[in-house]
Design a binder for this molecule. Structure first.
Ligand code: 5GP
Length: 124
């Protein structure tokens, strides 16, 4: 399928530097920043710099370098934030809301990294 990317979405504006963000980590292909409405003590949004609409778009069309960079960045944030399970941090949850059923609000691929409190069951 063809993915239509809206370059006026809020994360595209963040990537262009048109609106500010609280950066947690930046690499060649990836930007991670704190969510503006945190749902947990740690709530980081990890986004690719490339124009991908959602997770399946990224997984299917991104280069190996982009995917490796994205995944390694999540690992590095977990380590730096001290949230690795078994390391005293208590673990975390990754969420990638995608499309209508996933109730995705911002149409630029992103993964939520949540930690810092017991997060409850996965779905209600
Ligand atoms: P979604 O529902 O698309 O998975 O999540 C979008 C997330 O983006 C929400 O958790 C929301 O709080 C966050 N968000 C929306 N606008 C902004 C913004 O301008 N800056 C930051 N840092 N986060 C935002």
């Amino acid at each position: 399928m063809a993915y239509a990317y809206d370059d006026q979405n809020i994360f595209a504006k963040i990537l262009r530097g048109e609106i500010p963000n609280d950066t947690v980590m930046e690499t060649e292909h990836t930007l991670a920043f704190n969510d503006i409405g945190p749902k947990a003590p740690v709530h980081v949004l990890v986004i690719p710099k490339g124009q991908y609409v959602n997770y399946d778009h990224f997984a299917l069309d991104a280069s190996d370098a982009e995917i490796a960079d994205f995944t390694r960045t999540i690992g590095a944030i977990c380590r730096e934030a001290g949230i690795q399970p078994g390391e005293g941090g208590g673990g975390y949850r990754l969420i990638a809301n995608s499309g209508e059923a996933g109730v995705q609000e911002v149409p630029h691929m992103h993964v939520h990294l949540l930690a810092g409190r017991p997060l409850g069951r996965m779905l209600q």
